[in-house]
Design a protein around this ligand. Structure first.
Ligand code: HEM
Length: 473
């Protein structure tokens, strides 16, 4: 059991006493980020609460957050029992701060997700998956059917990540396609099951009771490890493989294995990292913006007008258009603030006693960056609960808005564990939203306003919704 006793002198952050055994856990089980927002407003920019037996520090002020997550003492991950079973804490997302994590992180940032490799997979794989999605949406609209963006973007984002990783499917064997389906099935299971709160993570004696979730996790860990090994081996043995010109991300990794930069285990772990960290996050970001614009026809009309004026009807929007489409870009940036898909980021852990903002953070504490509260804090944002793209319009000299570059805007996290997939996400999300809006008009089914309340999960999602979709020309 983790205790808040510590050798370092100094005051612990203030916070609620909570209930015996449970601490603040029961209060936080529903709409966790909103409950934490309420507690943070009561107890201040840095506060301490107990999730069962786990001391949890919540940081709700951008400068403190930058300081905290820039410290190596707070760069470990707090990992649940089920995620531990699934990952063995060997992957980039969940590995503790240290040499193994650093090698993967350096490789992911400098090579794997570099602009060069991203361009290759965008041209070969990503654009065609997005174009296909737009056409399918348009066809459904033509047939008078409602379109469900959440279902369709879930599929397009996992397909495009799979293809970016493992290459084309068209020329693949039946066996390869079965492995693809098995991997996508595992990712689907993980999103649906492995991210829910498991009380045994916080109340250790519950671990002695039978737990079907844990049993299933052990089974899934075996299955998924077999599938990923088989997929990487299939890539390794692919006929005509030329590692001097990698055509997909697994080939980039295999090339680096040859130089000894990364190991075979790291390749497998990184494939899993990208499938898990890079699919639902991007899909939910697209889902939010489409919903928000369907609810606001006047803002959508301005996006359409900008796309028509800048891109026209004879071309498609590209990743290079971001500066030329400032209003569309501002809508995307504002939607990532207004509906922050990672409201508490991913949990960090204090590897040793340290100090933030004059308070003692005890070793073993879980540390959460309260990005939701920072993104809705009236100290940094006027009318924070309204959707106002104008705050992200560039300045008069063309430089990015102060809101975009300021430290109170942090959808991708900050410090050592900040998101290495930012460039990848910005590319895929941008292509999704601009190509959908370039071609289609989105309306709510009955002309009313659809709810924009948030469903808490690995990535915060809107409630499932459907839209009426029409071709614009
Ligand atoms: C809009 C989409 C995305 C958002 C908002 C997002 C946000 C985040 C956040 C908040 C974190 C945690 C930062 C922290 O721990 O302090 C994170 C971590 C991570 N993200 Fe993303 N992400 C997105 C897409 C992606 C994509 C597309 C990839 C892969 C291509 C990716 C890969 C990762 C990885 C590997 C980590 C773990 C880094 C580490 O622990 O060292 N993410 N992301």
């Amino acid at each position: 059991m983790t205790s808040v006793a510590s050798s370092m002198p100094g005051k612990l952050p203030p916070g609620p006493r909570g209930l015996p055994v449970f601490g603040s856990l029961l209060e936080l089980r529903q709409d966790t980020h909103l409950a934490i927002d309420r507690l943070a407003r009561r107890y201040g920019d840095i506060c301490l609460m107990r999730f069962g037996s786990v001391p949890t520090v919540i940081i709700s002020e951008p400068e403190l957050l930058q300081e905290a997550f820039g410290k190596t003492e707070l760069a470990d991950r707090w990992v649940s029992e089920i995620m531990d079973i699934l990952s063995g804490q060997q992957d980039l997302v969940l590995a503790p701060y240290g040499e193994h994590w650093r090698r993967m992180q350096r490789f992911a940032n400098r090579e794997l997700l570099s602009a060069r490799n991203l361009n290759t997979v965008r041209e070969r794989h990503i654009e065609s998956v997005v174009n296909n999605l737009v056409e399918r949406m348009a066809d459904l609209g033509d047939a008078g059917q409602l379109v469900s963006p959440p279902a369709m973007t879930a599929q397009s984002n996992s397909t495009l990540m799979f293809r970016a990783l493992f290459g084309r499917e068209e020329d693949s064997s039946e066996e390869f396609l079965q492995m693809r389906d098995a991997l996508l099935g595992y990712i689907h299971w993980l999103f649906a099951n492995a991210t829910a709160t498991n009380l045994a993570d916080y109340i250790p004696w519950l671990r002695f009771l039978p737990n079907n979730g844990v049993k299933e996790a052990v089974r899934q860990a075996e299955v998924s490890s077999g599938v990923i090994t088989a997929l990487v081996d299939a890539a390794r043995n692919r006929h005509g493989l030329d590692l001097s010109a990698p055509a997909c991300l697994v080939e980039v990794m295999l090339a680096q294995e040859e130089t000894g930069e990364i190991s075979d285990t790291m390749t497998r772990r990184l494939c899993m990292d990208l499938m898990i960290a890079g699919t639902d996050t991007s899909a939910q970001t697209v889902n939010w913006l489409l919903l928000i614009l369907a609810n606001r026809p006047e803002i959508q009309a301005r996006v359409h007008a900008e796309l028509d004026a800048v891109v026209g009807r004879d071309a498609l929007p590209t990743v290079d258009d971001r500066m030329r489409l400032p209003y569309t870009f501002a809508c995307l940036a504002e939607s990532m603030r207004y509906r922050t898909i990672g409201p508490l980021g991913l949990p960090h852990k204090a590897s040793e006693d340290t100090e933030i903002g004059g308070y003692r953070i005890p070793a073993g504490a879980q540390v959460l960056g309260n990005v939701y509260s920072i993104h809705h804090d009236p100290r940094y944002w006027d009318s924070p609960h309204e959707f106002i793209p104008e705050r992200f319009l560039p300045q008069a000299d063309g430089s990015p808005s102060a809101a975009f570059t300021g430290i109170a805007y942090t959808p991708f996290g900050t410090g050592h564990r900040r998101c290495p997939g930012r460039r990848f996400a910005e590319t895929t999300v941008w292509l999704h939203v601009t190509r959908i809006l370039h071609r289609l008009r989105l309306e709510t089914p009955d002309g009313g306003v659809l709810p924009e309340d948030e469903v808490f999960g690995l990535a915060i999602s809107p409630r499932p919704y459907s839209l009426r979709v029409g071709r614009r020309w």
